[in-house]
Design a protein around this ligand. Sequence first.
Ligand code: S3P
Length: 170
Amino acid sequence: MIISLTGFMGSGKSSVARELAALLCCSYIDLDEYIEKAEGRTISNIFEENGEDAFRAMEVKYLKEVIEKTDNDLILSLGGGTVMTAKCKEMVATTTKPIYLQAEIGTLLKNLENQTESRPMLKGGEGLEARISELMDKRETTYRECAELIIQTDGLSPKEIAGKIKEELI
Ligand code: S3P
């Protein structure tokens, strides 16, 4: 089984994937890291050199690759925008057990304050909070639609969130 973690940037998907994999004794893959390794450049570079559409096409390609080559249990941490692409959403919904890590804007803001450089979707003129709210308005319905499980993460450490997921899975 592939357990996929979805949710907004800064919701803790990557750290929770690591903790959950340790807890369930299986491996994990972070889709962003996988793409960076496969492409030999950072996500920021991909956005700068090829633009967002090209990055979204890469998410489709590499998500398919990861799913096809997985024959064991796996925790798969997705990018915050992965399920916004219809093809990815479909793959995630049909071949994985998607868990949405839900976080309030305040939590996301706190987690993202010093991390905007590595996140091209957060660069821009307006303030960070306004940008997060604007993107979240466009995305939250989709996160909820494709989730089999929604986990409230505010105030919890990645380890605690992983523990909560494990309890729900049993
Ligand atoms: C994105 C989220 C990022 C990364 C890319 C685009 C998004 O992943 O895939 O910068 O559109 O929300 P994280 O959610 O791991 O930051």
